[in-house]
Design a protein around this ligand. Structure first.
Ligand code: DCP
Ligand code: MG
Length: 386
């Protein structure tokens, strides 16, 4: 695979920065956006001044208040942030046709095709940062990397108003070797806890215990070891319904949903629509992505790559596993998309693939039965139109 040139842009203290921009009285204050101290709830974000008191996203608002009773506390104004987000993307999409929205304030840009080298990518990062600051009066940090993970780590490295780059695997490894395992893509809270229970705390520990990891965690272990070595082959996936590089469907619920069975039924219907589109285009996809926006507008995407798939049940099973592995909570939007198309219609299956396929068949039958129920009874609220 050709080396990639990836930019990761992440706004600094996004919601708080928008509020500070729009109300000069907030300029020198510690500012916490989220629930009010008199309510139950959490911090969505806070400005850098409030972070000096140890306040962080997702912290209980009462704890935030104990740490800094003098801060200004405000509810978020999502309508406003969505509008600002659209303005941000309008600017950023001037710099790449291959742009993946991660959330309101965060995106990956693939600039491999347009730029000659890493130096040019750093220069572009600087331009994007200063244009965002000039036109929208908002600060962002931009990271440049040879992969998605290195770009994301770079944008976090010098926040706020950061500019940083990681050129290659060696630079990445030097940077992260003594950092906690959670710096790695794919190591969430659950995996982190499992690794800790095995005495694995840092990236260095992963190198040391590579053999044990592979034995205990199998495929997931392989992925973690690859990430630790800087081997990240993920690509920027433009999450665009009409984009040539991915096919996706998403749905915003009328009311936030917590019920996992309901979420899974929605995912099944969305997977079905995606599978139909895929089949229409006569494509098979090697990557399935799940997108979830929580009630607080926080959006995450998770993707998994593997055997090329085309059927509803294949897409659904992967998306459903991704859903099992994210933090549960009130969900506003759910989406599934596929990418990384395999243009060749015929793929030789190995013996172990065939075995796996047979084992999956009964599970598939159950999924198809459920889909039939949902489609026939029309008992679900997703819109019918693709
Ligand atoms: N957000 C949220 N709940 C979380 C995390 C984030 O509501 N647990 C919201 C508020 C943030 C926005 O999403 O402003 C973007 O999230 P980031 O993680 O990028 O955080 P910030 O942009 O606020 O700060 P940073 O400068 O660390 O990127
Ligand atoms: Mg941010």
């Amino acid at each position: 695979m050709r080396e990639q040139l990836i930019l990761h842009i992440d706004m600094d203290a996004f919601y708080a920065a928008v509020e500070m921009r729009d109300d000069p009285r907030l300029k020198d204050k510690a500012l916490v956006i989220g629930a009010l101290p008199s309510e139950r709830g959490v911090v969505a974000t806070c400005n850098y001044k409030a972070r000096k008191y140890g306040i962080r996203s997702a912290m209980n608002i009462k704890e935030a208040y104990n740490r800094c009773p003098g801060a200004v506390y405000m509810h978020p104004n999502f309508t406003k942030y969505r509008k600002v987000s659209a303005e941000l993307y309008r600017i950023w999409s001037d710099y790449s046709d291959c742009i993946e929205r991660i959330s309101l304030d965060e995106a990956y840009l693939d600039v491999s095709e347009k730029l000659a080298d890493f130096g040019e990518a750093m220069e572009l990062a600087r331009q994007i940062q200063s244009r965002t600051l000039r036109e929208l009066r908002l600060g962002c940090s931009v990271g440049v990397g040879y992969s998605l993970m290195s770009a994301k780590l770079s944008s976090e490295e010098k926040k706020p108003l950061g500019l940083f780059g990681i050129r290659n695997r060696q630079e990445l490894q030097e940077l992260i070797i003594d950092r906690p395992v959670s710096v790695l893509h794919g190591v969430g809270r659950r995996t982190e806890a499992k690794l800790h229970s095995l005495g694995i705390h840092t990236v260095r520990d992963i190198y040391t215990f590579e053999a044990n990891l592979l034995q205990i965690f199998k495929k997931q272990g392989e992925y973690i070891v690859r990430m630790a070595k800087g081997l990240d082959e993920r690509q920027v996936l433009p999450y665009d319904e009409n984009g040539a590089k991915s096919i996706g469907r998403e749905h915003t619920f009328q009311e936030d949903v917590i019920d996992i069975d309901y979420l899974k039924d929605s995912l099944l219907l969305l997977s079905h629509e995606v599978a139909q589109k895929l089949q229409k285009k006569q494509k098979r996809a090697k990557t399935v992505s799940l997108k979830v926006s929580y009630a607080n507008m926080h959006t995450i995407t998770r993707a998994k790559s593997g055997r090329a798939c085309e059927r509803t049940s294949e897409i659904y099973k992967i998306a459903s596993k991704l859903l099992d592995n994210i933090e549960h909570g009130a969900i506003r939007l759910i989406g599934v998309s596929v990418s990384n198309f395999d243009e060749e219609g015929f793929v030789q299956l190995s013996l172990s693939d065939l075995q796996e396929k047979r084992e999956e068949e009964s599970e598939d039958a159950a999924i198809e039965k459920r889909l039939e129920d949902l489609l026939i009874k029309n008992s679900h609220t997703l819109p019918k139109k693709v």
